[in-house]
Design a protein around this ligand. Structure first.
Ligand SMILES: NC(=O)c1ccc[n+]([C@@H]2O[C@H](COP(=O)([O-])OP(=O)(O)OC[C@H]3O[C@@H](n4cnc5c(N)ncnc54)[C@H](OP(=O)(O)O)[C@@H]3O)[C@@H](O)[C@H]2O)c1
Length: 320
């Protein structure tokens, strides 16, 4: 590892960008340097609040700043692809929020641009990098619950319906699956690989935006997963992995840093997990560690996986 400090540029002065900047404080070598918003006053307010030295009133200005070492894209879903392409064209390494883009065509375009420009690119799927997720993978690899037979995972929050807010607004890619349903899907895929058969149903609004979704995945070896997400129901937000010898519970909200317990032979005990920061620090650290090593993608979340995952999301949503 080098001792280089990375100056991060933040695209979009919204909700998740704030959390990402807070997360940077818990990294070894990340510095929140510049923020860009479509409106300069908004960027300046963000920079003041987060004690950042530079604010820009356009994304292009941030892309052109030679002091920016890595860019985090925290804009609405429909802007992920165009914002990523802009940054890659300016030779900036990119960490782009999930969903990586709106569809596989966009994801392929982003990957091609990263390869063409020889620039690092990664999907900001923070759960993948959390110590709690790694602990679960390790427990399963160690045979703690035997072979996985069933995964039950949900994520859901009650939100008053308002077609103007991001999550319900089709113009900016509103969709419960693209926003939160992808987490239960990720849990199933990261532990069992891509399913051999899927069925899915959704409650959709008249404009087509899915607000509640239920998915059933099946694997050739007999393993199954029941996955659920909703904007209309306050759920337990629990992930439970059942195996031939016991079960692992990722307690609510399982997709964030969380408590893990394991049940075998009728006994339940906690599995201690050491975690620092708000969780967003781990994905940021992975980017900087990869850049230190001169990598163009993360071995922990290869671009081919993000592309395949996008195809799976599309396959699920086609069934709605
Ligand atoms: N990893 C996680 O835990 C997590 C959690 C929540 C959300 N997310 C993801 O993060 C992204 C942003 O979510 P958020 O809740 O932070 O959203 P947000 O605050 O509503 O919006 C983020 C930014 O998107 C831009 N934007 C808003 N409306 C726009 C429009 N109509 N056209 C073009 N740009 C627009 C704005 O950029 P300007 O500031 O430049 O105006 C805004 O600051 C989403 O893709 C979401 O899936 C991830």
């Amino acid at each position: 590892m080098t001792d280089k400090t990375y100056n991060w540029g933040i695209i979009g002065a919204g909700r998740i960008s704030r959390k990402f900047v807070d997360g940077l404080k818990a990294t070894r070598n990340g510095r929140a340097y510049a923020v860009a918003a479509r409106d300069l006053a908004k960027a300046q307010e963000f920079a003041r609040e987060k004690n950042m030295p530079v604010a820009y009133g356009s994304y292009e200005e941030l892309a052109a700043d030679p002091q920016v070492d890595a860019v985090y894209i925290g804009t609405v879903n429909t802007m992920h692809a165009p914002n990523t392409l802009l940054m890659l064209a300016h030779k900036k390494p990119v960490l782009c929020e999930k969903p990586f883009a709106m569809n596989r065509v966009e994801v392929d375009e982003m990957i091609a641009a990263a390869q063409r420009n020889k620039m690092f690119l990664m999907e900001a799927f923070w759960t993948n990098f959390l110590p709690s997720m790694n602990a679960v993978r390790q427990l399963i690899a160690d045979g703690a619950i035997g072979d996985i037979t069933y995964i039950r995972a949900d994520l859901g929050f009650f939100r008053a319906y308002d077609p103007h807010i991001r999550t319900f607004n089709p113009e900016v890619g509103g969709s419960s699956v693209l926003d939160i349903g992808l987490y239960p899907i990720f849990l199933a895929v990261t532990l069992l690989g891509h399913p051999d058969h899927i069925t899915a149903q959704a409650v959709t609004m008249p404009d087509g935006v899915d607000v509640t979704s239920s998915m059933f995945f099946k694997w050739r070896n007999g393993a199954v997963a029941q996955l659920f997400s909703s904007y209309c129901i306050q759920l337990d937000c629990e992930g439970v992995i059942y195996g031939s010898k016991g079960k692992i519970t990722m307690h609510g909200r399982w997709h964030a840093p969380t408590r893990i317990s394991i049940t075998t032979d009728g006994h339940t005990y906690d599995c201690p997990v050491a975690s620092v920061g708000n969780g967003y620090n781990y994905e940021a650290q992975e980017v900087m560690d990869c850049l230190d090593k001169g990598l163009l993608e993360s071995p922990l979340l290869p671009l081919s996986e993000s592309a395949k995952f996008m195809s799976l999301l599309e396959a699920v949503m086609r069934q709605f």
